[in-house]
Design a protein. Structure first.
Length: 180
């Protein structure tokens, strides 16, 4: 009788420790998502800022400057619900403005253009990487949250279900190839 109670107690403690470890792992994944989202937001803001700065510098032709400035401004001012759409539109505007290698060369030849082109190329290269890190963290948290033990014991608490960021973040090929 005593040995049975001891084994039951040991089993309950082991289950409790396992559930506690799983809850801690889920908490760490949620913290990783928050950190990755902050990094993604910083990269998106940097890209929009650099694009807006380039658009107002006078290096681009007036039509390209207007297109780029409006898209960058919309991306910086977008509400959270519209952010992915605005950032996708900025990506499309960047590809439209820098579709031709000649445009990149014209920017590079202008005073201060070499630095501006390099900074923009770095910004547009970092956005897809930051989005990938964020979406990888979201995927790991989703996979763990789908386990029965997490649902049955409500190990996720009241944390919202993590959502991936889906947007067009393809960099302009002429800009990335030429400046690299």
């Amino acid at each position: 009788m005593t040995a049975t109670l001891i084994w039951i107690l040991v089993a309950l403690v082991a289950i409790g420790l396992y559930l506690s470890w799983t809850a801690g792992r889920l908490d760490r994944l949620h913290a990783r998502i928050d950190a990755a989202r902050a990094a993604l937001d910083a990269q998106l803001l940097r890209r929009a800022s650099v694009a807006q700065e380039l658009a107002t510098s006078g290096v681009l032709d007036p039509a390209a400057s207007i297109v780029l400035y409006e898209a960058a401004h919309a991306a910086r001012q977008a509400e959270e619900e519209q952010r992915e759409v605005a950032e996708s539109e900025l990506s499309q505007a960047l590809r439209a403005v820098f579709a031709e290698p000649q445009q990149v060369e014209a920017v590079r030849e202008a005073p201060g253009g070499e630095e501006a082109a390099r900074e923009l190329a770095e910004a547009v290269r970092r956005v897809p990487m930051a989005r990938r890190f964020h979406n990888d963290a979201v995927g790991a948290a989703r996979r763990l949250r789908e386990h029965r033990k997490v649902r049955w014991f409500r190990l996720a608490g009241h944390a919202p279900f993590p959502l991936a960021v889906e947007m067009d973040d393809e960099p302009p090929a002429a800009l990335v190839e030429r400046v690299s």
